[in-house]
Write a protein that binds this ligand. Structure first.
Ligand code: NAP
Length: 284
């Protein structure tokens, strides 16, 4: 079985490789931005001709949330048009598409865990273009799984955990946002979920929410990172208003994961348990 992984050297792409290798799952082809440029339709066609993949996993995205506010066209090109390009080639080759989206499709004003039926009202360009990508895919093919996830981190690429560990080494005190609440997700767990969907050969296609279990703030997340890494850093709570960013972020961004658990039988680890594993993997 051949599985094309677009964005194959990004954070999630590297986690897929780690999990697939550890489970002995073969056939994944990890494509970087040049080998698998999702904006190059001719290239996509020839890759699908060559590999005749059963699955395509789209981890490729424009993920610079603040920069997207100034690069609307590029963000839309990658997150919407790029996703649609893959979906169209998938239809031609009867390939199942597994696409990754985000909790940032939600406004985040309700202190309630949102499910897949809840209305998406993005409040930043990144969220809007990711939503457009989801919608484009669902209009092109019915043979897709779109997984919305949140607060991804891992031992790979740049992410909040690695930033905190770097700052923890350099600083004695640090301010971290306390009034944005969500669910951290270990990208290795998400990769495991994607591979479970593939190996189960499920045809329960559609939109799903996936994050680690539990709810926390960035402040509490940082405290846990320093606890597990044994750094004695004083963490100061900051309000969003004290740390202005170009893109507005949802304040309450928790997803209901009942659907993925019941329809696909996915078991989801608790965020602190996964964080402890990641920090160990990072050598602490
Ligand atoms: N990171 C998070 O906190 C988070 C949260 C929720 C959802 N997500 C979603 O999860 C998915 C994976 O995120 P991630 O953390 O793995 O992101 P990432 O590390 O930024 O990986 C994205 C990859 O896509 C590549 N890419 C950009 N333009 C491309 C193009 N035209 N063709 C092919 N590849 C291209 C990037 O290459 P370059 O680096 O060379 O540009 C990068 O390797 C994305 O869909 C993202 O929207 C992420």
């Amino acid at each position: 079985m051949n599985i094309l992984v677009f964005g194959g050297v990004g954070q999630l792409g590297q986690c897929l490789k780690k999990v697939a290798d550890s489970k002995g799952i073969d056939g994944l082809i990890y494509l970087d931005e040049i080998q698998g440029n999702i904006l190059d339709v001719q290239l996509l066609n020839s890759l699908f001709e060559q590999y005749q993949p059963q699955y395509a996993i789209n981890c490729a995205a424009y993920t610079a949330v603040d920069k997207a506010e100034d690069e609307v066209d590029l963000s839309r090109l990658i997150n919407k048009t790029g996703a649609e390009n893959i979906a169209k080639v998938c239809v031609k080759h009867n390939t199942t598409l597994i696409h990754i989206s985000t909790d940032f499709v939600f406004e985040g004003k309700l202190a309630k865990a949102l499910n897949e039926e809840d209305i998406a009202e993005p409040i930043n360009v990144y969220g809007l273009t990711k939503l457009e990508g989801e919608q484009g895919i669902s209009q092109i093919t019915s043979q897709y799984f779109t997984l919305r996830t949140s607060w991804l981190y891992s031992e790979f690429a740049n992410n909040f955990v690695k930033t905190m560990l770097r700052l923890g080494k350099e600083r004695e005190e640090l301010g971290v946002i306390i009034d944005q609440v969500g669910s951290p997700t270990y990208a290795v767990d998400l990769a495991g979920c994607i591979l479970e969907i593939i190996t189960s050969k499920s045809d329960a296609y559609g939109l799903y929410h996936y994050s680690n279990e539990g709810v926390t703030s960035w402040y509490d997340f940082a405290k846990a990172i320093f606890e597990f890494s044994n750094y004695s850093v004083k963490v100061k709570p900051l309000k969003t208003s004290e740390y202005p960013t170009k893109a507005t972020r949802p304040l309450y961004s928790v997803m209901d994961k009942s659907k993925i658990k019941s329809l696909l039988g996915i078991q989801i680890p608790y965020w602190r348990d996964s964080l402890a594993i990641c920090i160990k993997e990072l050598g602490f």
